[in-house]
Ligand binder design. Structure first.
Ligand SMILES: [Zn+2]
Length: 69
């Protein structure tokens, strides 16, 4: 499932919906809307392209990497 944080709008894919946002730590996580889930998948595809052209990209964002972004 794809979840979004109400506070920081961080969107992430997860097997189980956590109570706490993995990005900002607030207890404001809800299921992503269809639009948000679509946006999430689009961004993931763009990130995948960036990583192919820039091997250092993942190291530039270690906190995102920890959650699979
Ligand atoms: Zn958050």
């Amino acid at each position: 499932m794809i979840c979004t944080c109400e506070r920081c709008l961080y969107t992430f894919e997860t097997a189980f919906q956590p109570e706490q946002c993995p990005d900002c730590g607030k207890f404001a996580v809800r299921t992503a809307t269809t639009r948000e889930a679509g946006e999430y998948r689009r961004i993931r595809q763009e990130l995948a392209r960036d990583e192919q052209s820039s091997p250092w990209y993942r190291q530039a964002s270690p906190s995102r990497l920890a959650y699979g972004l």
